[in-house]
Ligand binder design. Sequence first.
Ligand SMILES: [Zn+2]
Length: 174
Amino acid sequence: MKTWALFIPITALGLLTMTIPASKTETHSHTEMHSKVEFHPVTVEELERFHGHLGPNVAMGARMGEHAVTVHKIPKYFGLTVVVECPAEPPGSCIIDGLQAATGATMGKKNIRHVQADEFKVTISQNGTDNKVTYTLKSSTKELLKKWTDEGVDVEEGGLRIFKMKAEELFEIE
Ligand SMILES: [Zn+2]
């Protein structure tokens, strides 16, 4: 009985190690990859579908990301790095999802990184170049968000309002 009890786990382990080299062959280097996905600016429906709801922070992330890939010609999906300084928890951290939706930089591809901070600061750069853009909130944007909170403006409504604004209106862009 004891020999059988040992034999089975060892066999199972053997099978497990045999499957590892097979999965390794599927790896691909992202450094040379370019996406064949056609670019179009993220829509409000796509943003809502991805994040699960609309809000000011996810909308701000989308506005920053879209500005970077259109105005600053930062590549989408691959060949870019996004560093997001923002609070650790939602609603502040919701900005990360807006950036993922608009730039195609994702947690899975490891080309978007979160740095915990009280204030929003987002840096989007094209890898291997000095093409880089940084976004921070204008004081007028901070005031606007505070005003809406004080007035009891619905989160979804606030998100929609931000989504309709231009990046230049919302952010200091450097
Ligand atoms: Zn959210």
